[in-house]
Design a binder for this molecule. Structure first.
Ligand code: UT7
Length: 336
Protein backbone atom coordinates (compact mmCIF):
# COMPACT_ATOMS: atom_id res chain seq x y z
CA UNK A 1 0.00 0.00 0.00
CA UNK A 2 1.30 3.41 -0.88
CA UNK A 3 -1.13 6.03 0.38
CA UNK A 4 0.19 9.47 -0.40
CA UNK A 5 -2.34 11.79 1.15
CA UNK A 6 -0.20 12.41 4.25
CA UNK A 7 2.68 13.87 2.20
CA UNK A 8 3.17 17.60 2.09
CA UNK A 9 3.16 17.68 -1.71
CA UNK A 10 1.26 15.60 -4.22
CA UNK A 11 2.67 14.64 -7.58
CA UNK A 12 0.42 15.59 -10.45
CA UNK A 13 0.50 15.22 -14.23
CA UNK A 14 1.26 18.62 -15.78
CA UNK A 15 1.99 17.61 -19.37
CA UNK A 16 1.37 14.80 -21.85
CA UNK A 17 2.67 13.64 -25.23
CA UNK A 18 2.28 10.73 -27.60
CA UNK A 19 3.74 9.13 -30.71
CA UNK A 20 2.19 6.49 -32.93
CA UNK A 21 3.83 5.32 -36.16
CA UNK A 22 2.05 5.96 -39.46
CA UNK A 23 1.86 2.43 -40.84
CA UNK A 24 -1.49 0.76 -40.11
CA UNK A 25 -2.08 -2.99 -40.15
CA UNK A 26 -5.82 -3.70 -40.24
CA UNK A 27 -7.51 -7.03 -39.57
CA UNK A 28 -7.80 -7.72 -43.32
CA UNK A 29 -4.00 -7.73 -43.53
CA UNK A 30 -3.86 -10.60 -41.03
CA UNK A 31 -6.41 -12.58 -43.04
CA UNK A 32 -3.74 -12.76 -45.72
CA UNK A 33 -0.87 -13.99 -43.51
CA UNK A 34 -2.54 -16.32 -40.94
CA UNK A 35 -5.77 -18.32 -40.59
CA UNK A 36 -7.94 -15.61 -39.02
CA UNK A 37 -10.69 -13.14 -39.90
CA UNK A 38 -11.91 -9.68 -39.00
CA UNK A 39 -15.04 -11.01 -37.25
CA UNK A 40 -13.06 -13.29 -34.91
CA UNK A 41 -10.56 -10.56 -34.01
CA UNK A 42 -13.26 -7.94 -33.38
CA UNK A 43 -15.47 -10.28 -31.36
CA UNK A 44 -12.68 -11.81 -29.24
CA UNK A 45 -10.49 -8.72 -28.71
CA UNK A 46 -12.11 -5.47 -29.91
CA UNK A 47 -9.10 -4.69 -32.13
CA UNK A 48 -9.63 -3.25 -35.65
CA UNK A 49 -6.13 -2.08 -36.47
CA UNK A 50 -2.72 -1.42 -34.97
CA UNK A 51 0.29 0.78 -35.81
CA UNK A 52 3.68 -0.66 -36.74
CA UNK A 53 7.05 1.13 -36.64
CA UNK A 54 8.83 0.10 -39.84
CA UNK A 55 12.17 1.76 -39.22
CA UNK A 56 13.51 2.53 -35.78
CA UNK A 57 13.30 1.25 -32.25
CA UNK A 58 11.48 1.81 -28.95
CA UNK A 59 13.67 4.83 -28.20
CA UNK A 60 12.20 6.49 -31.33
CA UNK A 61 8.65 5.92 -30.07
CA UNK A 62 9.61 7.24 -26.62
CA UNK A 63 11.53 10.19 -28.07
CA UNK A 64 8.59 11.11 -30.33
CA UNK A 65 6.24 11.09 -27.34
CA UNK A 66 8.60 13.15 -25.19
CA UNK A 67 9.22 15.72 -27.94
CA UNK A 68 5.45 16.12 -28.32
CA UNK A 69 5.19 16.68 -24.55
CA UNK A 70 8.06 19.18 -24.47
CA UNK A 71 6.60 21.17 -27.37
CA UNK A 72 3.06 21.23 -26.03
CA UNK A 73 4.16 22.26 -22.52
CA UNK A 74 7.01 24.51 -23.71
CA UNK A 75 9.32 22.71 -21.29
CA UNK A 76 13.07 23.17 -21.60
CA UNK A 77 14.63 19.66 -21.79
CA UNK A 78 17.49 20.87 -19.60
CA UNK A 79 14.99 21.28 -16.73
CA UNK A 80 14.10 17.57 -16.68
CA UNK A 81 15.47 15.82 -13.59
CA UNK A 82 14.56 12.20 -14.24
CA UNK A 83 13.35 10.04 -17.16
CA UNK A 84 11.73 6.66 -16.52
CA UNK A 85 11.05 4.52 -19.60
CA UNK A 86 8.70 1.61 -18.96
CA UNK A 87 9.23 -0.99 -21.68
CA UNK A 88 9.74 -4.69 -22.37
CA UNK A 89 11.24 -3.96 -25.78
CA UNK A 90 14.30 -1.82 -24.96
CA UNK A 91 16.51 -0.94 -27.94
CA UNK A 92 19.25 -3.03 -26.34
CA UNK A 93 19.82 -4.77 -22.99
CA UNK A 94 22.17 -1.92 -22.26
CA UNK A 95 22.55 1.00 -22.41
CA UNK A 96 19.05 1.76 -21.19
CA UNK A 97 16.46 3.23 -23.54
CA UNK A 98 16.13 6.11 -21.05
CA UNK A 99 19.76 7.07 -21.77
CA UNK A 100 19.07 7.22 -25.51
CA UNK A 101 15.89 9.24 -25.02
CA UNK A 102 17.66 11.72 -22.73
CA UNK A 103 20.32 12.45 -25.33
CA UNK A 104 17.79 12.53 -28.19
CA UNK A 105 15.84 15.37 -26.55
CA UNK A 106 18.80 17.18 -24.96
CA UNK A 107 17.89 16.38 -21.35
CA UNK A 108 21.47 17.03 -20.30
CA UNK A 109 20.73 17.41 -16.58
CA UNK A 110 18.59 14.29 -16.21
CA UNK A 111 19.30 10.82 -14.92
CA UNK A 112 17.02 7.90 -15.62
CA UNK A 113 16.39 4.23 -16.05
CA UNK A 114 14.24 1.62 -17.76
CA UNK A 115 11.53 -0.17 -15.84
CA UNK A 116 10.30 -3.64 -16.75
CA UNK A 117 6.75 -4.46 -15.68
CA UNK A 118 5.20 -5.34 -19.05
CA UNK A 119 1.60 -4.14 -19.40
CA UNK A 120 1.65 -2.67 -15.88
CA UNK A 121 4.84 -0.77 -16.71
CA UNK A 122 3.24 2.65 -16.90
CA UNK A 123 1.53 2.22 -13.50
CA UNK A 124 4.77 1.06 -11.87
CA UNK A 125 6.61 3.96 -13.54
CA UNK A 126 3.98 6.51 -12.51
CA UNK A 127 4.09 5.45 -8.84
CA UNK A 128 7.90 5.45 -8.93
CA UNK A 129 8.01 8.90 -10.54
CA UNK A 130 5.42 10.26 -8.11
CA UNK A 131 7.50 9.08 -5.15
CA UNK A 132 10.54 10.98 -6.45
CA UNK A 133 8.41 14.14 -6.67
CA UNK A 134 6.90 13.59 -3.21
CA UNK A 135 10.39 13.22 -1.75
CA UNK A 136 10.87 16.89 -2.61
CA UNK A 137 14.22 16.16 -4.27
CA UNK A 138 13.10 16.25 -7.92
CA UNK A 139 10.92 18.83 -9.65
CA UNK A 140 10.28 17.48 -13.15
CA UNK A 141 9.99 13.75 -13.71
CA UNK A 142 9.11 12.19 -17.06
CA UNK A 143 7.37 8.80 -17.20
CA UNK A 144 7.17 7.17 -20.62
CA UNK A 145 5.42 3.96 -21.64
CA UNK A 146 6.79 2.76 -24.98
CA UNK A 147 6.96 -0.57 -26.74
CA UNK A 148 7.84 -1.74 -30.20
CA UNK A 149 5.91 -4.99 -29.82
CA UNK A 150 6.32 -5.77 -33.52
CA UNK A 151 10.00 -6.49 -32.79
CA UNK A 152 9.09 -9.57 -30.70
CA UNK A 153 5.86 -10.72 -32.37
CA UNK A 154 5.82 -13.98 -34.34
CA UNK A 155 3.80 -13.07 -37.44
CA UNK A 156 3.13 -16.75 -38.15
CA UNK A 157 1.31 -17.27 -34.80
CA UNK A 158 -2.35 -16.28 -35.12
CA UNK A 159 -2.79 -16.50 -31.33
CA UNK A 160 -0.54 -13.51 -30.68
CA UNK A 161 0.26 -11.62 -33.90
CA UNK A 162 -3.16 -9.99 -34.17
CA UNK A 163 -2.97 -8.55 -30.66
CA UNK A 164 -0.04 -6.16 -30.55
CA UNK A 165 1.00 -2.74 -31.89
CA UNK A 166 3.74 -0.14 -31.43
CA UNK A 167 3.40 3.22 -29.65
CA UNK A 168 4.84 5.56 -27.06
CA UNK A 169 3.25 8.05 -24.67
CA UNK A 170 4.67 10.27 -21.95
CA UNK A 171 3.62 12.32 -18.93
CA UNK A 172 5.37 15.05 -16.96
CA UNK A 173 5.05 14.88 -13.18
CA UNK A 174 5.47 17.93 -10.98
CA UNK A 175 4.53 18.79 -7.41
CA UNK A 176 1.38 20.57 -6.31
CA UNK A 177 0.27 21.96 -2.95
CA UNK A 178 -3.35 21.49 -4.02
CA UNK A 179 -4.52 18.43 -2.10
CA UNK A 180 -7.53 18.06 -4.39
CA UNK A 181 -5.50 17.06 -7.42
CA UNK A 182 -2.72 14.63 -8.27
CA UNK A 183 -1.81 11.03 -7.66
CA UNK A 184 -3.63 10.01 -4.52
CA UNK A 185 -3.23 6.28 -4.08
CA UNK A 186 -1.87 3.13 -5.66
CA UNK A 187 -2.16 -0.61 -5.14
CA UNK A 188 0.47 -2.51 -7.12
CA UNK A 189 1.30 -6.22 -7.23
CA UNK A 190 3.92 -8.58 -8.66
CA UNK A 191 3.98 -12.39 -8.64
CA UNK A 192 6.25 -14.65 -10.69
CA UNK A 193 3.48 -17.22 -10.93
CA UNK A 194 2.78 -15.75 -14.36
CA UNK A 195 6.12 -16.66 -15.89
CA UNK A 196 4.90 -19.81 -17.65
CA UNK A 197 1.84 -18.11 -19.19
CA UNK A 198 3.30 -14.98 -20.78
CA UNK A 199 6.97 -14.60 -21.58
CA UNK A 200 9.83 -14.29 -24.04
CA UNK A 201 12.18 -17.11 -23.13
CA UNK A 202 15.22 -16.43 -25.29
CA UNK A 203 18.03 -13.89 -25.13
CA UNK A 204 18.25 -13.44 -21.36
CA UNK A 205 20.60 -15.10 -18.88
CA UNK A 206 18.36 -18.17 -18.69
CA UNK A 207 18.55 -18.92 -22.41
CA UNK A 208 21.35 -16.84 -23.93
CA UNK A 209 21.01 -16.46 -27.68
CA UNK A 210 22.31 -19.42 -29.67
CA UNK A 211 21.45 -20.98 -33.02
CA UNK A 212 19.38 -23.44 -30.99
CA UNK A 213 17.28 -20.73 -29.25
CA UNK A 214 16.57 -19.24 -32.66
CA UNK A 215 15.64 -22.61 -34.16
CA UNK A 216 13.38 -23.19 -31.12
CA UNK A 217 11.66 -19.83 -31.73
CA UNK A 218 12.39 -18.55 -28.20
CA UNK A 219 12.87 -14.88 -29.16
CA UNK A 220 9.19 -14.09 -29.60
CA UNK A 221 6.18 -13.53 -27.32
CA UNK A 222 4.68 -16.71 -25.93
CA UNK A 223 1.22 -16.38 -24.38
CA UNK A 224 -1.27 -18.92 -23.06
CA UNK A 225 -4.11 -16.54 -23.84
CA UNK A 226 -6.87 -18.41 -22.07
CA UNK A 227 -4.94 -18.70 -18.79
CA UNK A 228 -3.80 -15.05 -18.86
CA UNK A 229 -7.37 -14.00 -19.65
CA UNK A 230 -8.68 -15.68 -16.48
CA UNK A 231 -6.01 -14.15 -14.25
CA UNK A 232 -6.40 -10.75 -15.91
CA UNK A 233 -10.18 -10.54 -15.51
CA UNK A 234 -9.95 -11.33 -11.81
CA UNK A 235 -6.76 -9.40 -11.07
CA UNK A 236 -7.78 -6.17 -12.78
CA UNK A 237 -11.33 -6.16 -11.47
CA UNK A 238 -10.32 -7.04 -7.88
CA UNK A 239 -7.67 -4.36 -7.60
CA UNK A 240 -9.90 -1.72 -9.22
CA UNK A 241 -12.70 -2.40 -6.76
CA UNK A 242 -10.19 -2.48 -3.89
CA UNK A 243 -8.82 0.98 -4.67
CA UNK A 244 -12.36 2.36 -4.90
CA UNK A 245 -13.28 0.91 -1.51
CA UNK A 246 -10.02 2.07 0.10
CA UNK A 247 -10.71 5.64 -1.04
CA UNK A 248 -14.47 5.61 -0.34
CA UNK A 249 -15.24 6.06 -4.02
CA UNK A 250 -18.69 5.11 -5.26
CA UNK A 251 -19.11 4.37 -8.94
CA UNK A 252 -20.65 7.82 -9.48
CA UNK A 253 -17.49 9.41 -7.99
CA UNK A 254 -15.31 7.90 -10.72
CA UNK A 255 -15.16 10.05 -13.85
CA UNK A 256 -12.98 7.66 -15.88
CA UNK A 257 -11.64 4.15 -15.74
CA UNK A 258 -8.46 4.14 -17.85
CA UNK A 259 -7.69 0.43 -18.30
CA UNK A 260 -4.83 -1.36 -20.00
CA UNK A 261 -6.01 -2.15 -23.53
CA UNK A 262 -5.39 -5.89 -23.98
CA UNK A 263 -8.89 -7.15 -24.62
CA UNK A 264 -12.25 -5.37 -24.69
CA UNK A 265 -13.83 -8.27 -22.82
CA UNK A 266 -11.39 -7.84 -19.89
CA UNK A 267 -12.10 -4.09 -19.87
CA UNK A 268 -15.88 -4.64 -19.89
CA UNK A 269 -15.65 -7.16 -17.04
CA UNK A 270 -13.60 -4.72 -14.95
CA UNK A 271 -16.03 -1.85 -15.57
CA UNK A 272 -18.96 -4.07 -14.68
CA UNK A 273 -17.40 -5.14 -11.36
CA UNK A 274 -16.74 -1.45 -10.56
CA UNK A 275 -20.33 -0.53 -11.41
CA UNK A 276 -19.01 1.89 -14.02
CA UNK A 277 -20.90 2.79 -17.16
CA UNK A 278 -19.21 2.03 -20.49
CA UNK A 279 -19.28 5.74 -21.31
CA UNK A 280 -16.87 6.29 -18.39
CA UNK A 281 -14.23 3.94 -19.81
CA UNK A 282 -11.44 5.11 -22.12
CA UNK A 283 -11.10 2.85 -25.17
CA UNK A 284 -8.64 3.00 -28.04
CA UNK A 285 -7.82 -0.71 -28.41
CA UNK A 286 -9.75 -0.65 -31.70
CA UNK A 287 -7.16 1.78 -33.18
CA UNK A 288 -3.90 0.62 -31.64
CA UNK A 289 -4.28 -2.92 -30.25
CA UNK A 290 -2.17 -3.86 -27.24
CA UNK A 291 0.84 -1.53 -27.08
CA UNK A 292 1.92 -2.93 -23.68
CA UNK A 293 3.38 -0.08 -21.54
CA UNK A 294 1.94 2.60 -23.84
CA UNK A 295 -1.78 1.77 -23.67
CA UNK A 296 -2.70 3.71 -20.53
CA UNK A 297 -0.77 6.95 -21.20
CA UNK A 298 -1.97 6.85 -24.82
CA UNK A 299 -5.57 6.81 -23.58
CA UNK A 300 -4.83 9.65 -21.15
CA UNK A 301 -3.33 11.82 -23.89
CA UNK A 302 -6.11 11.20 -26.42
CA UNK A 303 -9.01 11.64 -24.00
CA UNK A 304 -7.44 14.76 -22.48
CA UNK A 305 -6.74 16.35 -25.88
CA UNK A 306 -10.26 15.49 -27.05
CA UNK A 307 -11.59 17.48 -24.08
CA UNK A 308 -13.11 14.42 -22.44
CA UNK A 309 -10.78 14.17 -19.43
CA UNK A 310 -11.11 17.44 -17.51
CA UNK A 311 -9.63 19.13 -14.44
CA UNK A 312 -11.11 17.63 -11.27
CA UNK A 313 -11.99 14.28 -12.85
CA UNK A 314 -11.40 11.29 -10.58
CA UNK A 315 -9.55 8.68 -12.61
CA UNK A 316 -8.70 5.06 -11.92
CA UNK A 317 -5.89 3.54 -13.96
CA UNK A 318 -5.81 -0.27 -13.99
CA UNK A 319 -3.55 -2.83 -15.62
CA UNK A 320 -2.61 -6.49 -15.72
CA UNK A 321 0.42 -7.98 -17.46
CA UNK A 322 3.29 -10.42 -17.66
CA UNK A 323 4.99 -11.40 -14.43
CA UNK A 324 2.27 -11.34 -13.37
CA UNK A 325 2.14 -7.62 -12.60
CA UNK A 326 -1.07 -5.76 -11.87
CA UNK A 327 -2.49 -2.79 -10.05
CA UNK A 328 -4.52 0.39 -9.90
CA UNK A 329 -3.72 4.05 -9.37
CA UNK A 330 -6.25 6.65 -8.22
CA UNK A 331 -5.62 10.23 -9.31
CA UNK A 332 -7.53 13.45 -9.77
CA UNK A 333 -6.74 15.21 -13.03
CA UNK A 334 -5.14 18.62 -12.51
CA UNK A 335 -4.67 20.03 -16.01
CA UNK A 336 -7.03 22.65 -17.47
O1 UT7 B 1 -1.59 -7.54 -22.09
C1 UT7 B 1 -1.02 -8.51 -21.26
C2 UT7 B 1 -2.01 -9.46 -20.73
N1 UT7 B 1 -2.62 -10.20 -21.80
C3 UT7 B 1 -3.93 -10.35 -21.84
O2 UT7 B 1 -4.62 -9.82 -21.01
C4 UT7 B 1 -4.51 -11.25 -22.92
C5 UT7 B 1 -5.48 -12.23 -22.32
N2 UT7 B 1 -6.03 -13.16 -23.27
C6 UT7 B 1 -6.85 -12.79 -24.28
O3 UT7 B 1 -7.10 -11.63 -24.49
C7 UT7 B 1 -7.53 -13.88 -25.07
O4 UT7 B 1 -7.27 -15.11 -24.45
C8 UT7 B 1 -7.08 -13.95 -26.55
C9 UT7 B 1 -7.62 -12.76 -27.31
C10 UT7 B 1 -5.56 -13.99 -26.64
C11 UT7 B 1 -7.66 -15.21 -27.19
O5 UT7 B 1 -9.08 -15.24 -27.06
P1 UT7 B 1 -9.82 -16.50 -26.44
O6 UT7 B 1 -11.25 -16.21 -26.51
O7 UT7 B 1 -9.23 -16.79 -25.10
O8 UT7 B 1 -9.46 -17.61 -27.49
P2 UT7 B 1 -8.73 -19.00 -27.22
O9 UT7 B 1 -7.27 -18.77 -27.02
O10 UT7 B 1 -9.48 -19.76 -26.19
O11 UT7 B 1 -8.97 -19.69 -28.61
C12 UT7 B 1 -10.28 -20.07 -29.05
C13 UT7 B 1 -10.15 -20.63 -30.46
C14 UT7 B 1 -9.06 -21.65 -30.60
O12 UT7 B 1 -9.47 -22.62 -31.53
P3 UT7 B 1 -10.00 -24.05 -31.04
O13 UT7 B 1 -8.86 -24.65 -30.27
O14 UT7 B 1 -11.19 -23.75 -30.18
O15 UT7 B 1 -10.31 -24.75 -32.32
C15 UT7 B 1 -7.90 -20.86 -31.19
O16 UT7 B 1 -7.02 -21.68 -31.93
O17 UT7 B 1 -9.82 -19.55 -31.35
C16 UT7 B 1 -8.65 -19.91 -32.08
N3 UT7 B 1 -7.89 -18.72 -32.39
C17 UT7 B 1 -8.15 -17.97 -33.48
N4 UT7 B 1 -9.08 -18.07 -34.46
C18 UT7 B 1 -9.08 -17.13 -35.41
C19 UT7 B 1 -6.88 -18.17 -31.72
N5 UT7 B 1 -6.44 -17.07 -32.33
C20 UT7 B 1 -7.22 -16.92 -33.43
C21 UT7 B 1 -7.27 -15.97 -34.46
N6 UT7 B 1 -8.21 -16.11 -35.42
N7 UT7 B 1 -6.41 -14.92 -34.53
Amino acid sequence: MQKNNENTVNATITGVGMYVPEKVLDNKYFEKIVDTNDEWIMARTGIKERRILENGATSDLATGALKDLLESTKTNPEDIDLIIVSTVTPDMFFPSTAALVASNVGATNAWGFDLSAACSGFLFGLQTGASFIESGRYKKVIVIGADKMSSIVDYTDRNTCILFGDAGAAVLLESTDDKNIGIKDSILHIDGIGKDYLNMKGGGSLNPTTHQTIDDNLHIIYQDGKAVFKYAVKGMADVSVEIMEKNDLKSEDVSWLVPHQANLRIIDATAERMGINKSQVTINIDKYGNTTAATIPLCLVEYYRDGKIKKGDNIILSAFGAGFTWGSIFLTWGMD
